[in-house]
Every structure is written in C-alpha cells, then in structure tokens.
Design a protein around this ligand. Structure first.
Ligand SMILES: [Zn+2]
Length: 217
C-alpha cells in the first residue's frame, strides 16, 4: 500500500471509530506502521477536518518534521511499533464501556470465550499515568505483553493488529466484551471460564490463523 493510500485509510479508520460509537470527538487516535517509523493522527484536529496530508509521519526515534504535531499519545504508538514486530496498526479509543471498567481499574476476566480474541486469558487494565507520558507507555506495554489489546486505567483502551481494519475490528470487539461484562456485573457475578478452557479456545483461535474473522463463524 502506498503511503498516500495509508494516510487516507488512517483518516477513514478514525472517522469509522467515531461513527461506530467507540470514540467521541477528538479523543483517541489511530496509527499505522511504515518503513522506519509510523504515521499517526495529529493532535487537536477534528477527524472530519483531517486531510491525508495532516497525518504525521514519525520515526521510531520519535522525531517528526511534519508541520502538524502528532497526537499527544504518540509515545505508546512508537513504543509498541518498536517492541512488537507484528504490530502494523493501532487504534486507541475512549470507548464508553471499556473506559467504564478502566475507571474501576478492572481487567476483563475470562467471563466469555471471546476474551481470547485479545491473545490471552484476560484483557489487562494498565495502571493509571498521565496521558502522553513515558510512564503511561511503559504501563501500556506491560499490559499488552502477550496480548493485542489492553485497557488504560481512568482513560480508555488500545487495540494492536496487523492492519487498520483488523485493529478497528479488535477495538469494536473489546468494547462489546466490556459492555457484556459490565451488563453481567449488574445482575450478579459472572461465571469465569477456567484457564484450561481458555487454553483450548486460544489454541483453536491460533489454528484458525485468522481469529478476528473466523471466530465469529
Ligand atoms: Zn487517550
């Protein structure tokens, strides 16, 4: 994919994120890996007014010569691309239900087998740190260890995937799981699946090769 096409796809993904109701206004951000670095949505610009040329190119050293400033959250995007070779796209959203759980500092436990879509037996909530800081990025990377998604305490969520469409689909799934878990908590204590059962589910997802697409079958 050419960089111009990727810039257009980043804007489209950010617009879809808001249209799907998993993010509002200018919060959240979207990025995609390119050779030697990544492209990320700019700070302080409504997605409706963001043009492909407004998307900011950054190196893995965190440098940019673009006229616009990158999202204030560029650090965790940079650190994820630097640490995770398989990561090619990141969606960060302040989605309502994931953020609700994150405000309680709750992980999403294995209350439903689809929790495995994020790569493990649970979806962790990273401890709170101020937005845009290295500390937040360090917490996020730890919560993402062995996972493709995490919650950020008192903040939102991150979904990491191999493409923009897959990252958006994962963010939507994590938000759906957060809503289901929140609803179950309203009327009782959800039954959790055992580690052995989640290992079976994870193995099935891995053997499908394309868990995000095939798991819905
Ligand atoms: Zn944020």
């Amino acid at each position: 994919m050419t960089e111009t096409k990727l810039r257009r796809e980043i804007v489209a993904t950010a617009l879809k994120m808001n249209a799907l109701g998993i993010n509002r206004g200018k919060s959240g951000n979207v990025s995609a890996r390119v050779a030697g670095g990544f492209l990320v949505t700019p700070t302080g610009l409504a997605y409706e007014s963001t043009r492909p040329e407004d998307i900011v190119a950054m190196t893995l050293a965190g440098e940019s010569s673009a006229s616009r400033l990158p999202s204030s959250e560029w650090r965790f995007h940079r650190d994820i691309y630097a640490a995770r070779q398989e990561a090619c796209a990141i969606v960060h959203a302040h989605s309502p239900f994931a953020t609700t759980l994150a405000c309680l500092g709750r992980d999403i436990p294995p209350f439903h087998y689809m929790v495995a879509i994020a790569g493990g037996r649970d979806i962790r909530c990273a401890p709170y740190a101020t937005f845009g800081t290295q500390e937040l990025s360090d917490h996020a990377l730890r919560a993402l260890d062995g996972r493709k998604a995490c919650l950020l305490a008192n903040h939102g969520m991150i979904a990491v995937e191999g493409s923009l469409s897959a990252a958006l689909a994962l963010a939507v799934e994590v938000e759906a799981l957060a809503e289901q878990y929140w609803r179950a908590l309203q009327i009782g204590t959800p039954n959790l699946l055992s580690d052995a059962e989640m290992a079976v589910v994870l193995a099935k997802f891995a053997s499908y090769g394309e868990p995000a697409r095939r798991a819905k079958e």
